[in-house]
Design a protein around this ligand. Structure first.
Ligand code: DGL
Length: 263
């Protein structure tokens, strides 16, 4: 049996990362775990996330014996990556807000970081900004509503364009927002609604995220593995007892996740 990749998020945001991984290694077996019982992470304290994520990933690792784990969640990675690495003896790929590529691209030297409330206040983001965007103005905005909108879009429920515009105003409306030209999508849910954000932006800006880098890292760490000759049915696992898994089925199937289960 080939060991699967375990892709983890609080919800369906990690599908944006899974899509990029599948583009590089389409036949790798996948277990996608959504901690819907703990969703949303973005409004939780760092202490709650530190307590929850390593324990849950430990259970999932025992059950599925993955080749590696991808924490396809900025909030969990910026808070708990070190704790997960200390607790588990297998390769862990984390998600880092794409501040470095955004700073490299920005001409106006003003970039925005759009993430969850918990992510945008992490010292990790301060460190990335100081290291890679020292000569940029870095505006931050955290939005739990945008995470909910992305979840709803995946269930086939279209969000109100005005809601997207209002959320973006959290960056554009700040002092310095008039010169923003690049926005980091620092939550894996947000690339799922990039088209809606692009349509709602008051003027053209570049959106940047880290999913391709995560996919390349995953492919690199698993180089030399012999994958099955064809893609297998991916497993989507929800931790929440009350999650309406049927509503997610069509969206999950677009990412090759055709077996939907509860933990
Ligand atoms: N997808 C997650 C992230 O990248 C968080 C969403 C949530 O708030 O649960 O930050």
């Amino acid at each position: 049996m080939t060991r699967p990749l375990l892709i983890f998020d609080s919800g369906v945001g990690g599908l944006s990362v899974l899509g990029a991984i599948r583009a590089l290694i389409p036949n790798a077996p996948v277990v996608y775990a959504a901690d819907s019982a703990g969703y949303p992470y973005g409004t939780k304290s760092a202490a709650e996330i530190e307590a929850r994520v390593p324990a849950l990933l430990g259970r999932l690792a025992e059950r599925f014996d993955p080749e590696l784990i991808v924490i396809a969640c900025n909030t969990a990675s910026t808070v708990a990556l070190a704790g997960v690495r200390a607790a588990l003896d297998l390769p862990i790929v984390g998600t880092v807000p794409a501040i470095k590529p955004a700073a490299a691209m920005s001409r106006s030297r003003t970039i925005g970081v759009l993430g969850t409330e918990t992510t945008v206040r992490q010292p990790y983001v301060d460190r990335l900004s100081a290291e890679f965007a020292g000569d940029c103005r870095v505006l931050r905005h955290g939005s739990a509503e945008l995470v909910d909108l992305a979840e709803a879009e995946l269930r086939g429920e279209a969000g109100d364009p005005e809601a997207y515009a209002r959320i973006l105003d959290g960056l554009f409306g700040q002092e310095g927002g008039e010169s923003l030209d690049t926005i980091v999508l620092a939550c894996t849910h947000f690339p799922l609604v990039e088209a809606q954000l692009t349509a709602a932006a008051p003027r053209p800006v570049a959106f940047v995220d880290g999913k391709e880098g995560i996919a390349r890292r995953t492919a690199f760490l698993t180089r030399g593995r012999v994958w099955p000759e064809a893609p297998s049915e991916g497993i989507a696992l929800f931790t929440g007892r009350d999650t309406d898994v049927d509503a997610y089925r069509p969206g999950l199937a677009r990412y090759g996740l055709t077996q939907v289960r509860r933990l």
